[in-house]
Ligand binder design. Structure first.
Ligand code: TRP
Length: 356
């Protein structure tokens, strides 16, 4: 991979982004952008349809909200291309081509798709009503094959570095396998082999304000980037800590404590984790103090900075102009890739329509 490899990553526009997104992917995007990598961020609106196609009406507002979230963490639309998946026809075309060269088994064994199926069936109370092995009959073809479309999301612009959470790794591996297979079949090196960038040093953030351990919108325990500070303070109050540490003076176990996971995740930017660890383990630092310090020293300054950028963006940014600039750039990249793809496949016909 060359030093300034092309970065491609993105999100489904299903709702506001939270601290888990920041820690898992957003801050890496900003870092790579600031180092001068070309960065494409995809707003994956086709993928929203896999979950519930009847909810398409809310995508439009969610796109606006997610772009504000991006701007609020320091994505700079002058440098980074923020674009809409459904508006880049090369992605749709490549999805068709990739579907033709992807063995059925590569889709069938995807652990993330399996996990998502399981979670969905459990959440609708149907998990044990369905015969073993028949689970996939409950899902649409589009849901089952979305990882192929995600390979097209990455490869249409020859993405090389894909900053994502751990759950996305199988999809990035599939994109790599599809790239290799395409190059093999047509005997030319068209697609690079993309690599997931996963922050292995930061475990997934637990949620606040509830026992459900990982942060997610559906568990109702997420801290959103757009949450007002008093809401975050409330969420922090009800958050679980080390169950063995009942009162100040008790010896604590930071490694199992959700609050310590936050210190850990944000220690790069703020605060001295080692000091918190020592205080907890020795009993000197009580959980209430620890939470207050987390709020005052870490979350408050962090969220205030984000809030300020959001206010400026809300006041002055033209959201659709930003999406248009990024989508234009994505279409240029996509058409260039597609021209090569058509050529090596021998399906580069003369121009057949004036509406293209
Ligand atoms: N599946 C990703 C998610 O749910 C979103 C996504 C769509 C994506 N296309 C992508 C991520 C391409 C990285 C690269 O978060």
């Amino acid at each position: 991979m060359d030093e300034k490899g092309l970065v491609l990553t993105g999100d489904r526009p299903t709702g506001p982004l939270h601290l888990g997104h920041f820690v898992g992917s957003l801050r890496k995007r900003v870092e790579l952008q600031n180092k001068g990598h070309p960065v494409f961020i995809i707003i994956a609106d086709w993928q929203v349809l896999n979950e519930d196609p009847s909810r398409s009406g809310m995508i439009r507002d969610n796109i606006k909200r997610i772009i504000l979230d991006y701007l609020s963490v320091g994505i700079d639309p002058e440098r980074t291309n923020i674009f809409i998946q459904s508006q880049v026809s090369a992605i749709t075309t490549l999805t068709e081509i990739f579907a033709q060269i992807t063995p059925y088994g590569w889709v069938d064994r995807n652990p993330t798709v399996r996990e998502e199926m399981k979670r969905y069936l459990e959440s609708t109370g149907r998990a044990n009503k369905i015969k073993e092995g028949k689970e996939k009959h409950e899902f649409t073809v589009g849901f089952f094959t979305y990882p192929i479309s995600q390979a097209a999301d990455i490869l249409f612009c020859k993405g090389e570095i894909v900053p994502v959470g751990k759950d996305q790794e199988p999809h990035i591996n599939l994109a790599r396998d599809i790239a290799g297979r395409f190059n093999d079949i047509y005997g030319r090196y068209i697609f690079p082999k993309p690599e997931a960038w996963i922050d292995e040093t930061t475990p997934r953030l637990p949620g606040l304000g509830g026992p459900d351990i990982k942060m997610s919108k559906s568990a109702g325990n997420a801290v959103f980037l757009s949450d007002p500070l008093d809401v975050v303070r409330e969420k922090l109050k009800t958050a679980f800590t080390d169950p063995l540490k009942i009162r100040k003076g008790d010896v604590g176990h930071p490694d199992g404590c959700p609050i310590f996971a936050y210190w850990n995740a944000f220690s790069r930017e703020w605060g001295d984790v080692q000091e918190v660890r020592n205080g907890c383990e020795s009993g000197r630092l009580g959980c209430l103090d620890c939470k207050n310090r987390l709020f005052g020293n870490v979350l408050q300054p962090f969220l205030e900075e984000i809030r300020e950028r959001r206010m400026v963006a809300e006041y002055s940014a033209d959201i659709w102009a930003i999406a248009r600039k990024g989508t234009d750039a994505a279409n240029r990249a996509g058409e260039a890739t597609l021209a090569e793809v058509r050529e090596v496949m021998g399906i580069n016909y003369p121009k057949l329509s004036d509406t293209e």
